[in-house]
Design a protein around this ligand. Sequence first.
Ligand SMILES: Nc1ncnc2c1ncn2[C@@H]1O[C@H](COP(=O)(O)OP(=O)(O)OP(=O)(O)O)[C@@H](O)[C@H]1O
Length: 372
Amino acid sequence: MFLKTLHLKQFRNYQEQRVDFVAPKTILLGNNAQGKSNLLEAVELLATLRTHRIARDRDLVRDGENISLILATLQREAGISDLKLTLRRNGRRTVNLNSENLRRQMDFLGVLNAVEFSSLDLELVRGGPDGRRNWLNTLLIQLEPVYAHILQQYNKVLRQRNALLKSYQQSELKVPPKELAVWDAQLVSAGTKVIRRRDRALQRLTPIASNWHASISNSTEVLRIKYLPSIPLEENEPEQVQQAFFTKIEQRSVAELHQGTTLVGPHRDEVELTINQTAARQYGSQGQQRTLVLALKLAELQLIEEVVGEPPLLLLDDVLAELDPSRQNQLLDAIQDRFQTLITTTHLGSFDSQWLKSSQILHVKAGEIFPG
Ligand SMILES: Nc1ncnc2c1ncn2[C@@H]1O[C@H](COP(=O)(O)OP(=O)(O)OP(=O)(O)O)[C@@H](O)[C@H]1O
């Protein structure tokens, strides 16, 4: 797929800016805080309706405005699509495809696919399980847009069940509330769907990521990715997972009532990353952590391409210059001209000349874009 144009209105620090993409790679060049990442963020929003920088919609809308528009023209094998996302300060969003407002956000999600790689992704290795769950959720939304709906349902049930547990904890009641059984069943039903999809996605991603990792590290390191769901998972069968889920809830019920919160379910899942059988985060070197994240990102690209049937976009936010020339070349070989790539950087100095040859260069200055 190829993003032909992007048009931002009152988004972040852009007043109104249209960009035409004319090469397989676009380098957005500019000093800090000019709007380079903001532009990638707009593309990320079109792909996932999420942003990896924790932000509410009112942070995305330009200061002093109430509404913000992200418009794009996308070329896919099946034809051209026009996407429009409206963000409002009050958080209400509208999604529009080919001039038609869509009722379900799910129908917007499968249109543009993109993999984002920024320095924040190093947190995948270094940070807590939350970041890894988030990463997996974002990937799954693109592999199966219905996942966005499933996750939303799970989170809703989780919030309601937590509210019930909290009110019990704060009450004088001696007997757990009767409605809890209803919430247990709903939690298990929605949670099982989440768990089974996470398991399936990681089963497919792991061999691809391990291969990339072996190739980047010249086979000196073995990367393993292991899904550690909060309930034991023996077989990826609905009945088996549901049964295990109910059993675990029963085992933790006293603790849940005591703590007033849900202790079992996919909101407590972990994804373990190991290199040569040691937890990756203990593998101190920044270089090794970068290799790992690069392998994960290349695997995401490949998996999305396999599932969707077309190469997604790659968004490289300030990471390319940090890779050494050999890793840069590996990335270049992997993406060639098949994956449209948008790259932000503050300087061109450390770019391999190969990169520059096939790139369109745009200058970003205070929310405006100028051709290079
Ligand atoms: N809602 C908003 N309204 C107006 N300006 C905003 C809004 N949100 C962010 N900005 C501005 O956008 C700028 C940050 O842009 P961005 O994050 O894209 O930086 P960048 O060019 O990628 O630089 P860096 O190299 O530091 O990442 C800051 O000047 C910030 O004040």
